[in-house]
Design a protein around this ligand. Structure first.
Ligand SMILES: O=c1ccn([C@@H]2O[C@H](COP(=O)(O)O)[C@@H](O)[C@H]2O)c(=O)[nH]1
Length: 245
């Protein structure tokens, strides 16, 4: 693997949206030559239980625990504190929970990691879900203005709360980078190679576009995991990220 491909591999996160720890472990084992991190979301966490995070970590894999915490500050802080012990590399909350909630989550994670003497997971905040388009945003969610403006406002608020970055569509990556600087993580689902189906995703871009705009990590699920040959699909996504180099 070239240095460029290895650099791109570190930025590719595969969403393990499956029901069992065995399925998740088998996919992760198969795909680790092409992906640097694996995402445990609600489907896997709620069906397989918290232990699945430890099982993946025991295999030496990096884990993004995508549970999108959103509640009052005290509840989110206590939940984030509990999750810190699982050893994930990234945890997330919803920016819609507000400044105090995000600050409480960040502080709880830092304190718990220090108590346990483990590296603190990066805490990031979800802005506007990539399945939401402009019409749904205005008509169903009752939000005024452009999706992009809301994403930017939440990205700034996330930075003010001291968190490490955001989850957003790759379409917003360039603006977030400009506003929040090079060290702020921009984690982007809504990645769709030209050969894949959009499904429920609305604000999408290709792997090459997301990377060129400055996304720190690309989250890809079904285009890889639902493919007839997941390894081949992951290899193709990585090749698109590196321009074939
Ligand atoms: O805004 C968001 C936040 C999280 N996700 C998660 O990413 C993956 C995407 O999977 P695909 O199969 O590639 O659509 C999925 O686990 C979501 O829960 C997101 O899509 N958008």
């Amino acid at each position: 693997m070239t240095a460029k491909a290895e650099e791109a591999r570190k930025r590719l996160i595969v969403a393990l949206d499956v029901d069992t720890a065995e399925q998740a472990e088998s996919l992760a084992r198969q795909l680790s030559p092409w992906a640097g991190m694996f995402k445990v979301g609600m489907q896997l966490f709620y069906s397989a239980g918290p232990d699945v995070v430890k099982r993946l970590k025991d295999q030496g894999l990096k884990v993004f625990l995508d549970l999108k915490l959103h509640d009052i500050p005290n509840t989110v802080a206590q939940a984030a504190r509990a999750l810190t012990g699982l050893g994930a590399d990234i945890l997330n909350v919803h920016a819609a929970g507000g400044l105090s909630m995000m600050r409480a989550a960040g502080q709880a994670v830092a304190e718990r990691a220090a108590q346990l003497r483990i590296p603190a997971p990066m805490v990031i905040a979800v802005t506007v879900l990539t399945s939401i388009d402009q019409t749904v945003f205005n008509r169903e969610m009752g939000q005024p203005g452009e999706v992009q403006e809301r994403v930017m406002a939440w990205a700034r608020l996330t930075q003010e709360a001291g968190l490490a970055g955001v989850v957003a569509s790759p379409r917003e990556t360039g603006l977030i980078r400009e506003a929040c600087g090079p060290d702020f993580a921009v984690v982007t689902p809504g990645i769709r190679p030209a050969w894949s189906l959009s499904g429920d995703q609305r604000r999408v871009l290709s792997p090459a576009e997301a990377l060129a705009l400055g996304s720190s990590y690309l989250v890809v699920g079904r285009p890889i995991t639902a493919a007839a040959n997941p390894e081949e699909a992951a290899r193709k996504v990585l090749a698109e990220m590196t321009g074939g180099c």
